[in-house]
Design a protein around this ligand. Structure first.
Ligand SMILES: Cc1cc2nc3c(=O)[nH]c(=O)nc-3n(C[C@H](O)[C@H](O)[C@H](O)COP(=O)(O)OP(=O)(O)OC[C@H]3O[C@@H](n4cnc5c(N)ncnc54)[C@H](O)[C@@H]3O)c2cc1C
Length: 428
């Protein structure tokens, strides 16, 4: 960080509202929040991190827990596809961190993490450095643009992925509203693994439903780099056939090679497609925090961790959870908010045990992911995952899990209840 950045950051820091009581952070000192007892720092206040911080405090209210998050509010990706088509608003998916601070006594530090030193047990933030005994990182995902020709900084701004709910969700919502009847939207899906396997297909349904009702003659062209729909395939395809014939145009095995911004053309392995809106979802990798402090081995894009304790395979005392984890190392699970949240609970239990010099706690994880296929009906996929001491991986339990037999209005109501439930479990 250069001097100008430092002054800018610290100036922002002075003005920013912190949730750490009335005590102001000493932004000019190197170290802030000097450590007194045992401390766990949680980096990233998304589904994984916020849940981990809350459950640590629930297990031991005296433990010093600091949650560091760069955004002032929590913005949920689940339900963000409904915002795109005007069925929900940004305020419906935006939440405060204040309950975590007030009810559980978590010190919520609204700052950007700039560096991690796993050896001296410190994280460097835009407001100063913070020491820890153990660190839980839940960095989310970042995006790989290098393998799409023409996807430079300007194209990245013009053609949003909207896979991190926030400004790009608003941008895509506005673009859909402004689209003229008869114009098309092109959405690309990268090769798996990516955040929320059913997410893009749910988006295809909801956008198609919106076009059907509002933009006569328009369609959504889906370019999927995978050989087939990667989640709930039969159910999504049935919805496209029954409701959106001629509105969803699905192209499997269609990897995006190039974007021609001037003509809004996507060059894919299956042909060239033009859209008034280009929603380019690139390949993904672990969020930038996972690459700090030498935590990511050379050439890897997901974090290798122990499937038992989520402790980094590279550095002890640092645990990594959520979308950033490497499914090849710990066992394949969907990169979902639900999985991140159950990983947060499991990691919190292991961190508590390890701070007390005990063995980590064997994780038991779960996933349920609802997708809306129109404004009323939903489908779901669910799974339960358990640590297997023989393979040292987490494996899905065959007897538990599967997909909904069909779409229904009842499942639509359950989808809404599920979202309220996980928001409350994470932040309430
Ligand atoms: C359209 C869409 C729909 C979805 N629907 C569902 C669903 O229905 N059900 C479901 O279970 N999942 C769903 N998901 C997936 C879910 O959102 C993710 O799997 C989940 O957010 C992963 O949690 P995480 O903690 O790993 O990452 P995140 O929730 O992304 O948390 C990472 C946090 O770290 C913060 N951060 C990053 N870098 C820094 C830094 N340097 N300093 C400080 N803070 C930093 C970020 O601001 C962020 O808050 C959906 C995703 C999308 C895109």
């Amino acid at each position: 960080m250069n001097r100008r950045d430092f002054i800018k950051n610290t100036a922002l820091g002075v003005g920013a509202v912190t949730l750490f009581g009335s005590r102001a952070f000493n932004v000019h000192a190197g170290e802030i929040l000097p450590k007194k007892g045992k401390r766990v720092v949680v980096a990233g206040g998304g589904f994984g991190g916020a849940t981990a911080a809350k459950y640590l405090k629930m297990m031991d209210p005296k433990l010093d827990v600091i949650l560091i998050e760069e955004r002032a509010s929590f913005i949920s990706c689940p339900v963000s596809n409904l915002v795109l088509v005007g069925l929900k608003e940004m305020k419906d998916i935006t939440f405060s961190y204040s309950t975590l601070a007030k009810k559980y006594g978590i010190s919520v530090l609204n700052a950007k993490i700039l560096a991690i030193d796993p050896v001296s047990h410190k994280v460097e933030t835009s407001k100063g450095s913070v020491a820890f005994d153990r660190l839980i990182l839940s960095p989310g995902v970042d995006f790989i643009y290098d393998n799409i020709k023409g996807m430079d900084a300007r194209s990245q701004e013009l053609f949003p992925h909207a896979v991190k709910a926030g400004p790009q969700t608003i941008q895509l919502t506005q673009e859909l509203k402004a689209m003229k009847p008869g114009e098309n939207m092109v959405m690309s899906i990268p090769e798996a693994p990516f955040r929320c396997p059913p997410g893009p297909y749910e988006r295809a349904c909801l956008v198609a439903n919106y076009l059907k009702n509002n933009k006569k003659g328009s369609k959504i062209i889906v370019l999927d780099a995978n050989q087939d729909v990667v989640s709930k395939a039969k159910l999504f395809k049935a919805a496209w056939k029954d409701y959106y014939e001629g509105i969803v145009e699905y192209h499997p095995d269609s990897e995006v090679k190039e974007i021609k911004a001037e003509t809004r053309t996507v060059v894919a392995s299956s042909g060239e497609y033009v859209g008034a809106i280009l929603n380019i979802i690139p390949e993904q990798k672990a969020g930038s925090m996972a690459f700090m402090g030498g935590l990511m081995p050379q050439g890897r894009r997901w974090s290798p961790v122990s499937a038992l304790s989520f402790e980094s395979s590279v550095h002890k005392d640092v645990h990594i959870i959520g979308d950033a984890t490497d499914g090849d190392v710990i066992g394949s699970m969907p990169k979902s908010g639900f999985v991140a949240s159950t990983m947060g609970k499991a990691a919190a239990a292991s961190v508590m045990a390890m701070l007390a010099g005990k063995e980590p706690v064997s994780p038991y994880l779960a996933n349920t992911c609802y997708s809306m296929v129109n404004e009323r009906e939903a489908i779901y996929v669910t799974g339960v995952f358990e640590y297997d001491p023989q393979t040292k991986k987490i494996a899905g339990k065959k007897a538990a899990g599967g997909v909904s037999p069909e779409r229904s209005v009842l499942l639509g109501h359950q989808a809404e209840d599920w979202a309220k439930g996980i928001w409350s479990d994470t932040l309430g």
